[in-house]
Design a protein around this ligand. Structure first.
Ligand code: C2O
Length: 505
């Protein structure tokens, strides 16, 4: 175990990832933002200075458990205030779990403007062997900046702005040089804003060994498409060929069902939802042509995460002490298109919820002007919690819970219907992850033990939808505060109070 230290200045830089130049948010003058590599057991320490000048910011460490360090979670409105321009904050926390993670701004739908990067936790005791590794990030990309795109009534389902392109490793021209006859561990991270991505490495058998920081029983996916929803990660093993005479394409297609078909919007002519990268055996040999395709059958044509088994075979958590049913939908709230959780849209607080829980108590309704409308759900320490998410909307939503890897008990296909109980074939050893795609007019059921006191966000990871209030707050074991998790010092809030905080998300 060691300390890994970075000093980051967050600033605007210009970049043209798909040929169109625009300002993006970079780190220390560079974009794409750097990958962080750490080992399990390390402490990560990052000094963040907001050099943007015109926007506030924060950094969230997506998938990190943050046990005892919930105050470092980076979620604006939940665990901290947004950092105003010219201010700084040190994040420091222990890395307790191996696998594939990422970091991103968690302030005002900011990360799709570029402030996002891979966070890989290496593990000498991983239950598989490999010779080398590389990372592929997948994302949608817009030419306009998020504040401009958000200035219209664009966020409710069906009115989101279409992405202008898809990127792999923040580029449309990524080449991964490989050696023959080697086993590679490939980390895939969906760092995008809106659609899920289907991807495949042409001509290579892929074996899934990890999802969202949880090792899986090796799952032979062959050359089937794999889906990553926004926020999700996975690792696969591939064996490179002995023959180096050909190069291969890595194909990625954005889920056009999410972009177009469910909303009865027509796909513009010549719209290209695909990105291609290349696995390069021999630079002197030609690169294969990018394929043209976009029709993905949502129900059968990819590996469904529910079929995976965790390598540690952790048994199904039972019995359930506390069941929470979330009915999620799009709705007009005071004439404005929003999303709701049990008929309430999330409205961000002026004082972050972790501070409120530590000072006023977990009772959030006393002053909505200050404490917002944060859809709070209070859990008791160590109870077994089951959350049902019914998706009444006509699009898919990738739900992410901070602070936990939850068991996935069931997840319906598209139009699979709402929760009426568990089916008889729930796995005795369900897969765990931290983000789950909940399909339209269907539901998902997740479980976890409330063994990580803190105030955690539970939200759809699509930034359009966060801004439209598709979010809840899990207040876990407040009876143990502040012994288990404390709020940042009051001076943090006094400093932030001088700068306008985002209203939502
Ligand atoms: Cu990737 Cu609330 O986070």
């Amino acid at each position: 175990a060691k300390d890994v230290y970075f000093n980051w200045n967050i600033t605007w830089v210009n970049a043209a990832p798909d040929g169109f130049e625009r300002p993006v948010i970079g780190i220390n003058g560079q974009w794409p933002c750097p990958q962080i590599d750490v080992d399990v057991g390390d402490q990560l320490i990052v000094d963040v200075y907001n050099g943007l000048g015109n926007e506030s910011t924060s950094i969230h460490w997506h998938g990190m458990r943050q046990e005892g360090s919930g105050v470092m979670d980076g979620a604006v409105g939940v665990t901290q205030c947004a950092l105003p321009p010219g201010s700084q904050m040190q994040y420091h926390f222990d890395i307790t779990e191996p696998g594939t993670y990422w970091y991103h701004s968690h302030n005002a739908a900011q990360y799709p403007d570029g402030l996002r990067g891979a966070l890989i936790v290496h593990d000498p005791n991983a239950p598989f062997e490999y010779d080398d590794e590389f990372t592929l990030t997948l994302s949608d990309w817009n030419h306009q900046q998020m504040p401009d795109l958000l200035s219209g009534p664009v966020v409710l389902g069906g009115k989101e702005p279409f992405p202008d392109s898809a990127l792999i490793n923040d580029s449309t021209n990524t080449k991964i040089k490989v050696l023959p006859n080697k086993t590679y561990l490939v980390h895939i991270i969906c760092i995008g804003n809106w659609p899920g991505h289907f991807w495949v490495i042409d001509g290579h058998e892929m074996t899934v060994v990890e999802v969202d920081g949880v090792y899986t029983e090796p799952y032979p996916a062959g050359d089937k498409f794999l889906r990553v929803a926004t926020g999700q990660r996975m690792s696969v093993l591939i064996k490179t060929k002995a023959d180096t005479s050909k190069n291969f394409a890595i194909w990625d297609t954005m889920d056009v069902n999410m972009l177009f078909f469910f909303e009865n919007r027509t796909m513009p002519e010549n719209y290209n939802p695909n990105a291609t990268a290349w696995l390069v055996y021999d630079e002197a040999k030609p690169l294969p042509e990018p394929p043209v395709f976009y029709s993905i059958d949502q129900s059968t044509d990819f590996v469904d995460d529910v079929t995976l088994v965790p390598a540690d075979h952790e048994p199904l958590l039972e019995p359930v002490d506390h069941q929470i049913i979330l009915d999620t939908a799009g709705a007009l709230v005071d004439g404005v298109p929003r999303f709701t959780v049990n008929n309430k849209t999330y409205i961000g607080p002026k004082v972050p919820s972790l501070y409120t829980a530590n000072t006023v108590g977990a009772e959030f309704s006393s002053n909505p002007e200050v404490y917002g409308q944060v859809n709070p759900f209070i859990l008791k320490h160590n109870e077994i919690v089951e959350i049902v998410i019914n998706n009444h909307h006509n699009n898919l939503h990738p739900w992410h819970l901070h602070g936990h890897q939850f068991q996935v008990l069931q997840r319906t296909p598209v139009d699979g219907g709402y929760y009426t109980g568990l089916s008889s074939n729930v796995s005795a050893t369900p897969i765990r992850r931290d983000t789950i795609m909940v399909q339209n007019h269907g539901h998902a059921v997740i479980r976890f033990k409330a063994d990580n006191p803190g105030v955690w966000m539970l939200h759809c990871h699509v930034e359009w939808h966060v801004e439209a209030g598709l979010m809840a707050t899990i207040i876990e074991a407040p009876e143990t505060f502040p012994n288990t998790v404390h709020a940042p010092p009051k001076s943090h809030y006094d400093a932030c109070a001088a700068y306008p905080q985002p209203v939502s998300g």
